[in-house]
Design a protein around this ligand. Structure first.
Ligand code: BTN
Length: 263
């Protein structure tokens, strides 16, 4: 892999925001920005992302030779890269909860947010793939509103020295194993071969889940199961859609964004 330009800062607003604002400066290269802490970390659906010391927050700016519709594959590839890196470096077995949350022992330890700019012909000019990994539990614990869902790889004060750097290196190695560029090229393509790894890291296939199809109408902090239907998660197809079978026998192919699932 050719050398990836990168920068690490102690504290930023949001690594995604900074890279989006500076995308023009990096039009000829991929770029990685990481931080120990974010003051205005952002999550999906306009939510904020709790980003205290003890985590690892990073964004990777890439220039994919892909249509905007395929940006989901960047997010899911990053989910594979993060879960592979955490398993390899930290020696724990974490899984991917469709579509792109990383779970360890039933708790979410990483979220991923991909943003980008669409250029001519619907192609991505660039994409910024941001991930926040809860490496250590925060000193004061997680805020009450996310304490039932959020977890960390290590307890407070127990993360080994140098783990952030080792993790970041491993994430990039796993990401670029499937994000392919010709030597010296700026633009890259996603090798869909990563999907078999994605499936094998899924922690929902073959399990009973709750599906809320009206999830967009729920408030952002809604984690309940009322109104949700019980289903069996059957498989993930080539478009990364999830095939489920409800308890009444009905089968549905679910797309990213239309549902919320609970294990
Ligand atoms: C989610 O679970 O809703 C996605 C969270 C994504 C958080 C990461 S942390 C690094 C990057 N910078 C941000 O502001 N957000 C992403």
């Amino acid at each position: 892999m050719e050398e990836l330009k990168s920068e690490h800062r102690a504290c930023v607003g949001s690594t995604n925001t900074i890279l989006k604002e500076n995308a023009d400066m990096h039009s000829k290269e991929d770029f990685l920005l990481s931080a120990d802490r974010q003051t205005t970390g952002r999550g999906r659906m306009g939510r904020s992302f709790f980003s205290p010391d003890g985590g690892l927050y990073f964004s990777l700016l890439v220039h994919p030779e892909e249509s905007a519709e395929n940006s989901l594959f960047l997010t899911t590839l990053m989910a594979v890269a993060v879960s592979s890196a955490v398993s390899e470096v930290c020696g724990v077995k974490c899984g991917i909860k469709w579509v792109n949350d990383i779970y360890l022992d039933g708790k979410k330890i990483c979220g991923i947010l991909t943003e980008g700019k669409i250029g001519e012909g619907g192609k991505l000019d660039y994409a910024v793939i941001g991930a926040g990994i809860n490496i250590e539990e925060p000193k004061a614990g997680f805020p009450e509103e996310i304490s039932g869902v959020a977890g960390a790889v290590y307890e407070y004060g127990c993360a080994p020295e140098g783990i952030r750097k080792s993790l970041l290196d491993a994430v990039c190695r796993h990401f670029y194993a499937y994000y392919r560029k010709d030597a010296g090229a700026v633009r890259g393509r996603i090798d869909r071969g990563f999907l078999s790894e994605y499936r094998s890291r899924s922690c929902i296939i073959g399990k009973k889940i709750f599906v809320s199809e009206n999830y967009l109408n729920n408030p952002p902090d809604y984690f309940g199961t009322d109104g949700a239907r019980k289903a069996l998660a059957l498989e993930i197809d080539e478009e990364c859609r999830l095939l489920v079978q409800y308890d009444d026998g009905e089968k549905r192919l679910l797309s990213n964004g239309e549902v919320r699932i609970r294990l």
